[in-house]
Design a protein. Structure first.
Length: 462
């Protein structure tokens, strides 16, 4: 590009930005301003596609606000995506509040679960910059896409930073204006009227808080009772069959022994009768042994659900080497499957044995339930720390879940692998371990491919 063309494009870009600022000054609707911002960005590079996703602080999700060049189905698929490490370019940029450059969507781990969606939209590179307000609040993300893999130049980086800053001005002005309008509305009311409203609102708030606290206490008590009842009922159901089988087998052995004793007393026992008796007893004893072995396995697994007796020994350790150790220990379970780990330099203080059990069970679950078609699969673990928590995305690219499975996934004894002698306690054990021992949490997140869990563990004991 010669100098004349360069200055011509620079003037066009400046004119585009000035138009955005004029719309801001005229208090035009937010959607209109952001749409113009995306349109004018095309002056920089006609091959560029761009979008703005807005952050919802309540649901911790992103939602399309404006885009140019991207197909409608792509924007719809991103509506409601929960932010987190390793969740595409925008989900990650919003979570870490830093610029994220993905030069090739085909190979980058952040796009593991969204690669098929991106390729169907004919995009292969995505650079995303968080839109952060003057007070540090996250408004959303400003993203640039290209149809081919592309590495940004220094000029590209300056351009995306400038446009993200322009989007920040748009959002700051929008919310400041809303705040001013609300304040003016409040000031327009008389002092007595406002005081009475505040008094009434305070009375109503106190009443609602009292009612909600009572309802919460009842709900917690009811949920604990229901969980205990389901656990006991499930355990009783699971253990009754092998116990009954063992009882029937032992009773049959007793009856056949009485019969052979009668024949012995009457000198009517023959070699053939004795051999037949011994063979039948051996078969019945084998049935009894298998049934009691299943009972023993079930009782052993059931005991792991009681974390009140778990060790309270905390230890300080680096998370990345710990995850590598778990993966190495699970090599026989993984077989040909692989685990990809993306982890910040994180040191954590918690019950190491319990956290080990959590990841061991999650790997077992991914292999047995996700990778069912004998194809090799990959488990992706992305860990990022903030001052209080480590947030971990544990996701696989396996078969995924159907709706009714997603609703019951943490229930004790729920499994669709009963024929493979799975007990259905693994994810319930994981949830209990994280909540009871580690004061953390685990939730199932929506994912276009495979299964994605979001895990939170405190950096240190609380």
């Amino acid at each position: 590009m010669n100098s004349l063309d360069y200055w011509k494009k620079a003037q066009q870009l400046e004119a585009g930005r000035n138009e955005v600022l004029r719309l801001v000054a005229r208090n035009e609707p937010l959607e209109k301003i952001l749409d113009v911002l995306c349109q004018k960005a095309k002056i920089y590079n006609p091959e560029m596609l761009c979008s703005i996703l807005e952050f919802n602080e309540v649901s911790n999700t992103l939602h399309p606000k404006a885009s140019v060049g991207l197909p409608e189905f792509y924007s719809e698929a991103l509506d409601g995506v929960t932010i987190g490490p390793g969740v595409g370019s925008c989900g990650t940029a919003a979570f870490i509040k830093e610029l994220v450059i993905v030069e090739d969507i085909n190979t980058h781990p952040y796009w593991n679960q969204y690669k098929d969606l991106a390729l169907s939209a004919d995009v292969q590179a995505c650079w995303s910059h968080p839109i952060i307000g003057a007070q540090g609040q996250l408004y959303g993300t400003y993203a640039i896409y290209y149809k081919e893999p592309k590495e940004p130049s220094e000029e590209d980086l300056k351009f995306i930073e400038l446009n993200a800053y322009l989007a920040t001005i748009v959002y700051d002005n929008h919310f400041n204006r809303l705040k001013i309008l609300e304040q003016n509305k409040m000031l327009s009311q008389s002092l007595d009227e406002r005081s009475q409203q505040l008094f009434n609102a305070n009375q109503e708030l106190n009443r609602l808080i009292s009612e909600q606290q009572q309802a919460h206490d009842v709900k917690v008590s009811s949920e604990k009772s229901q969980t205990t009842n389901r656990l006991i009922a499930g355990f009783s159901h699971e253990i009754s069959t092998p116990v009954n089988n063992a009882q029937v087998a032992i009773h049959s052995i007793h009856e056949k022994t009485l019969d052979i004793c009668v024949d012995f007393d009457h000198n009517q026992i023959t070699k053939q009768k004795l051999l037949s008796y011994l063979k039948q007893v051996e078969q019945l004893a084998d049935i009894s042994n298998q049934s009691l072995s299943k009972v023993n396995d079930l009782v052993s697994k059931f005991r792991t659900l009681n974390f009140n007796d778990a060790s309270n020994d905390y230890s300080v350790f680096a998370l990345r080497p710990f995850l590598d150790e778990v993966v190495t220990a699970k090599k026989s379970t993984l077989g040909g499957h692989t685990v990809s780990i993306s982890c910040d330099d994180i040191t954590i203080n918690c019950q190491k044995d319990v956290l080990w059990q959590v990841f061991s069970e999650l790997i077992d679950n991914a292999v047995s339930h996700g990778f069912t078609d004998n194809k090799t699969g990959t488990i992706h673990v992305h860990a990022h720390a903030n001052p209080e928590f480590v947030e971990i995305n544990f996701q696989d690219d396996g078969a995924g879940l159907i709706d009714n499975e997603a609703e019951r996934i943490f229930e004790p004894f729920y499994t669709n692998k009963r024929h493979q002698k799975r007990l259905g306690l693994g994810l319930n054990l994981v949830q209990n371990a994280l909540v009871t021992n580690l004061n953390g949490n685990i939730v199932l997140e929506k994912s276009p491919k495979g299964v994605r869990f979001k895990i939170q563990v405190p950096i240190s004991p609380r």
